[in-house]
Ligand binder design. Structure first.
Ligand SMILES: [Zn+2]
Length: 429
C-alpha cells in the first residue's frame, strides 16, 4: 500500500495551538511525518492528496459514548429490545459515530452485558465499520438506584445490572471482566431524570460497595467510570480513584480542591447534550414543562456549565460528548456538544477541539502512552479533513457532509475527493 501524503492542508494538530499550513505523510497505520510549509516531502512513490486548503485534524474521541443505546424515549425501554435487534442496531450506531468523525470512543455503559464487547471485537476484526472502542459494562446500580425499572409483582428486565452489597458487586465486576470489558460503570448517584427515589443529590451506593468494585477493577487492570452528579458521589469517585467521572455537576469547593490535587488522574465528561435537549426540545417525548421544572434541568445546565469552566481553570481535564442515544438526543447529533462547549460554557473552539482530540486520546490510552488524539509523528493515523474552518464556526462539525475525509488507522472510512473543480484554495500560512 502506497504512503498517503496530504498536501495543502491547514493542520490543527490537537494541542489547541494555531493551525499551520503543512503536509502530513501517513505510512501504513501511522503518521510518519508532519511538516510546515509546502513541497517539503518527496512526492515520488506516495499517493498525493491535495487538500485544497482544507482543515486537517485528529479524529474525534468521545469518552462518554453509549453506542448500544438505541434512541428510545425512555432508558428502561432499551431493556425491552431483544438482544438480536439491539446488536444490529448498535452496529448501525457505531457506523454513524464514525460517519460523524468519531474515530475512537470510550463507552460509558452498554445496553446489555456483552453488547459493547462483541461490537468492539467485530469492529477490531474489520468486519463492520466503527470507531476504536473501549467496551463497558452496563450501568452497575443498587436496588432503587437510577433507572431501576423492576417491579415487585412481575419480572421486568431493565438495561442495568443490579447488585446489593460488596459480595454481589464484586461478583458482577469479576463476571464482566471475564467477558472482556475494558471499563466498569458505577452509577453511584441518582439522577433527576430517573426515579424520584434516586435524585441527583443522593448517593445510592454504600461506600463498601464502591470499594469492592474498585478493588476488583484495580487488581485486574481495568478502568472505571462513574455516574456522579451530587457532591458526595463525586467525592467518593475521587477517593476510590474512579478515572472517568461523568457529569460531576455539583462538587463543593472542598471536592473541587481535592479533584484539582489529583487532576492528572481524572477525566470529566459533563454530557450537556441530553440535558440541553430535555430542556428545550423534548416535548414530543413526554418531557412536560412540569417535569422539566421538577427535574431542575435549567439549574443543572447552568451550574454544570459554571462547574466545567471552573474545573478547566484549575487544569482539570474536561471533555465534550455524552448521552447521545436517546430519542430526544439521538446518535449522529453528538457534535452539537462542541457547540455547547463554545456557546454555553464559553470555551474557545480551539480549546473545545483540543478537549475532543488530545484530551480524548490521553483518556483513551487508559494510563498508557497516548497514540491517538494528535497529528504527531508516530501516532496512529486517525485523521479528519474538514471543509471549512471549525475554529471560525464550530457548528460546521454538525454536518457530516463537511467531513471531506475520515481516516481511521491509516484507512479511509470516507475517501477524500480527488478534484473539486473551481474550488482551488491554498492553506493559509
Ligand atoms: Zn451516560
Amino acid at each position: 500500500m502506497a504512503n498517503k501524503l496530504f498536501t495543502n492542508v491547514s493542520i490543527f494538530n490537537g494541542t489547541g495551538k494555531k493551525p499551520f499550513a503543512g503536509e502530513v505523510l501517513v505510512q501504513g497505520n501511522r503518521i510518519k511525518k508532519v511538516v510546515r510549509g509546502n513541497n517539503k516531502i518527496e512526492r515520488q512513490g506516495n499517493d498525493v492528496i491535495d487538500g485544497y486548503g482544507s482543515f486537517l485534524m485528529p479524529g474525534l474521541v468521545n469518552c462518554h459514548s453509549h453506542t448500544t443505546y438505541l434512541d428510545t424515549s425512555t432508558l428502561a425501554e432499551v431493556g425491552d429490545i431483544p438482544p438480536e435487534e439491539a446488536t444490529l442496531q448498535a452496529a448501525h450506531n457505531a457506523r454513524v459515530q464514525l460517519d460523524n468523525g468519531m474515530t475512537a470512543v470510550v463507552s460509558a455503559a452498554a445496553a446489555k452485558p456483552r453488547m459493547d464487547i462483541v461490537l468492539r471485537n467485530e469492529i477490531n476484526s474489520g468486519r463492520i465499520p466503527g470507531p476504536r472502542m473501549k467496551a463497558c459494562t452496563p450501568q452497575l446500580i443498587s436496588t432503587g438506584g437510577p433507572w431501576d425499572a423492576r417491579q415487585m409483582h412481575m419480572h421486568h428486565e431493565s438495561f442495568e445490572i443490579t447488585c446489593d452489597g460488596p459480595i454481589e458487586f464484586r461478583r458482577a465486576t469479576r463476571e464482566m471482566i471475564r467477558e472482556g470489558v475494558d471499563i466498569v460503570k458505577l452509577a453511584i448517584s441518582g439522577d433527576n431524570n430517573a426515579h424520584p427515589h434516586a435524585a441527583e443529590d443522593m448517593t445510592t451506593w454504600s461506600e463498601d460497595e464502591i470499594a469492592a468494585v474498585m478493588e476488583v477493577a484495580q487488581s485486574r487492570g481495568v478502568w472505571a467510570c462513574s455516574h456522579a452528579r451530587g457532591d458526595d458521589s463525586i467525592r467518593l469517585s475521587i477517593k476510590y480513584g474512579i478515572q472517568i467521572i461523568h457529569h460531576a455537576t455539583f462538587p463543593s469547593k472542598k471536592t473541587l480542591d481535592s479533584l484539582e490535587k489529583r487532576k492528572h488522574k481524572h477525566y470529566i465528561c459533563p454530557a450537556f447534550g441530553a440535558i440541553y435537549t430535555a430542556l428545550y426540545e423534548a416535548s414530543d417525548w413526554g418531557m412536560t414543562q412540569e417535569f422539566i421544572e421538577t427535574a431542575g434541568f435549567a439549574r443543572e445546565l447552568e451550574v454544570g456549565c459554571k462547574t466545567m469552566k471552573e474545573m478547566h481553570k484549575r487544569g482539570i481535564k474536561v471533555m465534550p460528548y455524552g448521552d447521545y442515544g436517546v430519542a430526544w438526543n439521538p446518535h449522529g447529533t453528538d457534535n452539537r456538544d462542541l457547540e455547547h462547549f463554545v456557546n454555553l460554557v464559553g470555551f474557545s473552539p480551539a480549546e473545545t477541539l483540543m478537549m475532543a482530540t488530545m484530551f480524548g486520546g490521553e483518556c483513551f490510552a487508559f494510563g498508557g502512552t497516548p497514540e491517538i488524539g494528535q497529528i504527531k509523528e508516530g501516532y496512529l493515523a486517525d485523521l479528519l479533513m474538514i471543509d471549512g474552518d471549525p475554529l471560525a464556526d464550530i457548528t460546521i462539525m454538525q454536518d457530516k457532509d463537511n467531513f471531506l475525509m475520515i481516516m481511521k488507522d491509516g484507512e479511509y472510512h470516507k475517501a477524500p475527493p480527488r478534484r473539486r473543480r473551481g474550488q482551488q484554495r491554498v492553506a493559509a500560512e
